[in-house]
Design a binder for this molecule. Structure first.
Ligand code: NA7
Length: 545
């Protein structure tokens, strides 16, 4: 980077205008009175909800919980229409937030940050964008999301495919017309499981290419009544407080009892009730040891397999849909609307590509080891280079010109999942090593943003120029993240949490599995101890006279 064209100086640069970047901007600018600019690649706010416009896209957290809690007026004035918020409604909500707090005037849209270098001669970050901006900033804060860097599998022949193809994570704004078409969906993660039932209703024929069968719980999506919302709004203080101090970022009464302390009938009755209620309550409120104890997990896994058997008419298809190679919820737990039922439709076929892998994409479709499938449209629901992908796509350099992607070559390392050692005044909202994707995101984001803005306020107040994670504290935290994960069943699946979906990516569990409540306590203790684990560089005292 050169210095001569550097023009703008700001207190902070924030990358991304999703939930994280928007709230970070509000805190920096409106609460702390600092100058800040957000760079955002899209032409509107929304982050993941700006890009993910595929049919059926909605959040798996209940709508009254998938929102900001920091402003009482905002929480009271917004009214959700459904049990789960659908993608267009989340975008409308975030647009409303942007209007309400006049955020857009400090967001530069259609601009990607390409590089951010810490300039040791200036003690500032120098940020470059693809639009030619060069900005010097004291703080470099990322709100790039955990699942924003799309992953396209390298399948021979895609460039010769004569039909259309799309990745769920960068869906055309005008939508895709599936009417009467032969559609293939590759991938049965959250995106595939949401999109498949909707595409099946629109397409002439749908072929699903499944590599790993999935456990999914009925969401029981529907509208919400005004009475329910009134009741929730009346109790929002209590609900938000409980959410903040919960493991998963919800106010549900999370179960502590063991699945193994009940006989088969009683356990099944508990699972049945949660299955009927739907959504993540099945995971969080049935038994406390499902994610830790394999025998407990097996009871949930077997229950879900029994539901697949009951739901899917064709026994062979049912068998192909039954996950047996990984514990329930060791990959991201899924919730759905009519997913297994969709395989009873005459226009839907399931192809097991674990058994007979895709060999190539031909000009007219997909060829597996066992057959050829003629297609007009291919939908890649193949996921993301999670947690680190969005960072690695920028050239981020800390002290001594060290590249973040080199520092992270064997897996991401950052103190509290927030601050990589050697990268002063850099903060990552929901970075690797924080609870992030293992919890409902808005409360997790709020915790991070508030920690960072309180920290910045502390620095301003105490005349501190730079805050830098101590290498030893970072190592201890990374060890703790690994050790916490090793006590769960997450290690038993090839998931994107572990980077297993990206060829060559180090197999390291990236989110923090200790829970939002435990994490919040740790962060509060760090702050109360004067930001323990950070090296704080005070401004040179100004000579008197
Ligand atoms: P996911 O959960 O990573 O799912 C991707 C799916 O695509 C999954 O079924 C993969 O199979 C499949 N996949 C990936 N690469 C290939 C190739 N090369 N061939 C065949 N199949 C492939 O991504 P989503 O977008 O569904 O969800 C991401 C997150 O968004 C989710 O966790 C929520 O937090 C919201 P695999 O299981 O790897 O065998």
């Amino acid at each position: 980077m050169t210095t001569d064209t550097t023009r703008v100086e700001l207190d902070a640069v924030v990358v991304g205008a999703g939930f994280s970047g928007m709230y970070m901007l509000y805190r920096l600018r409106d609460v702390l009175g600092l100058s800040a600019r957000v760079f955002e690649a899209g032409d509107e706010v929304g982050g993941t909800w700006y890009w993910n416009r595929y049919p059926g896209a909605r959040c798996d957290s209940e709508s009254y919980l998938y929102c900001f809690s920091f402003d009482k007026g905002l929480a009271q004035e917004w009214t959700w229409s459904g049990k789960y918020p659908e993608q267009p409604e989340i975008l409308r909500y975030l647009s409303h937030v942007a209007d309400r707090f006049d955020l857009r005037r400090d967001i530069q849209f259609e601009t990607r940050v390409t590089a951010a270098h810490f300039r040791e001669d200036l003690d500032r970050w120098e940020i470059e964008t693809d639009q030619g901006d060069r900005v010097l900033a004291r703080y470099f804060i990322t709100g790039v999301g955990c699942i924003s860097a799309g992953q396209m599998p390298r399948i021979e022949g895609l460039d010769r495919f004569e039909g259309e193809w799309h990745h769920t994570g960068s869906w055309p704004h005008e939508g895709v017309d599936f009417a009467g078409k032969r559609v293939g969906v590759i991938g049965t993660g959250s995106s595939g499981v949401q999109a498949i039932p909707v595409i099946a209703r629109q397409a002439g024929h749908l072929t699903v290419f499944q590599r790993t069968p999935q456990y999914t719980i009925p969401a029981r999506h529907g509208t919400v009544t005004p009475e329910f919302l009134d009741e929730v709004k009346g109790r929002y203080d209590e609900i938000f407080e409980k959410t903040r101090w919960s493991r998963g970022g919800t106010p549900y009464d999370e179960a502590e009892r063991s699945a193994l302390d009940f006989d088969d009938d009683e356990r099944r009755r508990i699972y049945e009730a949660a299955w009927e209620e739907g959504g993540f309550r099945f995971l969080l409120t049935t038994f406390g040891d499902i994610t830790f104890d394999r025998r407990a997990n097996d009871t949930a896994a077997e229950f879900i397999r029994s539901k697949i058997r009951e739901t899917v008419d064709d026994p062979e298809t049912a068998e192909t849909l039954m996950p047996r190679d990984h514990p329930f919820a060791s990959k991201r737990a899924l919730i759905d609307t009519n997913y297994y039922e969709t395989y009873n439709r005459d226009n839907v076929d399931l192809v097991d590509i674990r058994h007979a892998p895709i060999e190539e994409i031909t000009p007219t479709g997909i060829r597996t080891r066992e057959g050829e499938y003629e297609l007009d449209v291919i939908v890649f629901a193949t996921g993301y280079d999670g947690m680190t992908g969005a960072f690695n796509r920028m050239d981020i350099r800390g002290r001594g010109g060290q590249a973040l992607r080199e520092k992270w070559a064997e897996g991401p390392k950052a103190y509290l999942g927030l601050s990589p050692a050697g990268f002063p005044n850099m903060f990552m909202i929901t970075g690797p090593g924080s609870p992030s994707v293992l919890s409902n995101m808005p409360p997790t984001i709020e915790q991070h943003v508030e920690f960072v803005s309180d920290f910045v306020a502390y620095m301003v107040e105490h005349g501190i120029e730079l805050a830098e994670a101590d290498l030893e504290a970072e190592t201890e935290w990374v060890d703790h993240v690994n050790e916490t994960a090793s006590r769960t069943l997450y290690m038993l699946a090839d998931s994107w949490y572990l980077g297993a979906n990206i060829p060559g990516k180090p197999r390291v569990f990236m989110p923090y599995a200790g829970g939002l409540d435990v994490y919040r306590t740790k962060c509060n203790e760090v702050a109360e101890a004067g930001y323990e684990g950070y090296v704080l560089h005070a401004r040179e005292p100004v000579a008197a006279g």
